[in-house]
Write a protein that binds this ligand. Structure first.
Ligand SMILES: [Zn+2]
Length: 147
């Protein structure tokens, strides 16, 4: 029996947690800057912008499934964009007041890594535009043998 068995959930814990040193090891310097330092990759630099195959986009930090191709659209912004996550619980959001703007920051619900921002100017059916950093995502093409 332990005192730690009580249901005591601190606000900022994630199922997948690493130390800062471990994140440095796991991620490339560019990924670390974006995902752990809330940076933004340069527009039009991600190969995922042109990715059109069916498949699933995973968190580059913890492999959590975040988006799928069915929700991807060409936003013209230079960042991979989706109108909804693969599951409403896949991502979480917070207020970002950097640069004198109020934006909604999006992060992985499993490891807390920064992914991008969501804006209310997306296409139907949701009207949402999840503007993601390509370096935060890892694309896994669907098995081509299956229809
Ligand atoms: Zn993650």
């Amino acid at each position: 029996m332990s005192l730690f068995a009580t249901k005591n959930k601190p606000a900022e814990t994630y199922a997948f947690t690493l130390s800062d040193a471990e994140w440095h090891q796991r991620l490339t310097p560019e990924q670390y800057k974006v995902m752990r330092g809330h940076g933004t990759e340069r527009a039009c630099t991600s190969p995922l912008n042109a990715e059109k195959r069916q498949g699933v986009y995973h968190c580059a930090g913890c492999a959590h499934p975040l988006f799928d191709t069915d929700a991807k659209f060409e936003s013209g912004t230079g960042w991979p964009s989706f109108f909804q996550p693969i599951d409403p619980a896949a991502v979480a959001t917070s207020e970002d007041r950097a640069y004198g703007m109020l934006r909604v920051e999006v992060h992985c619900s499993q490891c807390g890594s920064h992914l991008g921002h969501v804006f209310p100017d997306g296409p139907p059916p949701t009207g949402q535009r999840y503007c993601m950093n390509g370096v935060s995502l890892e694309f896994e093409p669907a098995a081509s043998s299956r229809a």
